[in-house]
Ligand binder design. Sequence first.
Ligand code: HAM
Length: 449
Amino acid sequence: MTSLSSESYKGARDWYPEDMRVRNYIFRTWRRIVKSYGYEAYDAPLLEPIEVYAAKSGQELVNEQTYQFVDRGERRVAIRPEMTPSVSRMIAARRQEIAYPARWYNIGQYMRYERPQRGREREFWQLNCDIFGMDGALPEAEIISMGYDLMKAFGAADDMFAIRINNRQVINFMMAHYLGLDTIQAQLMIKLFDRKGKIASDAFRDQAIDIFGQEAAPTGLQKIAQLLAAKTMADLPETIRDSEAVKEIQELFTHLERAGVKNAVFDITLMRGLDYYTGTVFEFFDTHPENNRALFGGGRYDGLVSLFGADPVSAVGFAPGLTMTQLFLETHGLLPTFFSTTDIYMIVVGDSLRGAAKLAKEFRTEGVNVELDFTGRKIDKQLKTAVKKAIPYIMFIGDEELASETYPLKDTTTSNEQKLSFERVVSTVKDRRRKKTSEEDEFDVSDLA
Ligand code: HAM
């Protein structure tokens, strides 16, 4: 019989304990920041009827990227490729009872049938943050500021990333009134702009000509060139600059400036792939030459809640992904050294297993995490195991330690050893944990999923 493959499913990662340390660090940091803005956790099912996405998420996501199947009750369902339609459904279901503005967050797992490549997986994780029930630039500024704070919480400097901002109303105005496109042409042009960074400039030009048609193409291309040259709103053609939607963007920039967000820029070419956005759209970009790509994005989507039969509820949100965040942190050397969540690796000397087990239990009662090695292996093997597992402390326990009630606590990083009373061991371990976690987070055991 041939053996089974030990590889994980294509595009989906296995999460070994050392990988979980990175993931938990990112999740903890996300939670700390969004909770500090008053966002509360929610969750939704892993499966939704396919129509939930078919309505507004866009053809590519629905037709090419969802994992779909017919369940035993003949319902066509999809594994969620994103959260936004589900959370909109939840808001619609309790439209009247919810306290607005509702600020909600979730950290969850998604699947999209994409070609696995750097930064793209088939199974991935996102933080979703959304604010429901408020129009205007203030909630948009809050969401973007929160994204900025997330980056700062990971130690990012302003020049490591840029926030590109545009507005769907500006895009629609530009497509219809400036480029003179009909609805279908405009849709195609939006998708083309969205792919602009990913395709060669010749291909972009050829496809733009196709969309305009031969006759309108020369003027059209000239106008696009003018748009692409605009680096600030002031450079925009007058007809666009004077539109109501551009004023909205200006207001957003004023709020962002007040909030201390320094690296936001206007980008007329930013579209965002999803169909449901109705106003402001934005994306955070990594500026590192080796990882020059979008980190995460979001925007305003006022029409989604009303799809589920409720009166409209305005909504703004964004979703940072784990894959891209991790790549960003690795590329910029921002990942800290991680240790095990176990505090002490207890090594038994001689025949003291019973006494050591009792002591380990007492430490655990005090909230200290102790792994007891009862293998009876050679001491150096046990030591190596502790180091390999990245456990911060080792403790040798034999008859002498048990009799004197003095315990040697050895730091595996510095090799310093202190002989301490039971209480001092507990306080030393907890102090270290508090210090380590306060560098990144207040310690919250429930966060360590
Ligand atoms: P999205 O741009 O499709 O937006 O995804 C947001 C982020 O999720 C991406 O920027 C990326 O970091 C991550 N992501 C998406 N697909 C993958 C993948 N295949 N592999 C790894 N990471 C991925 C949305 O999903 C919107 N629902 C965001 C939103 C929330 N808008 C309003 N509220």
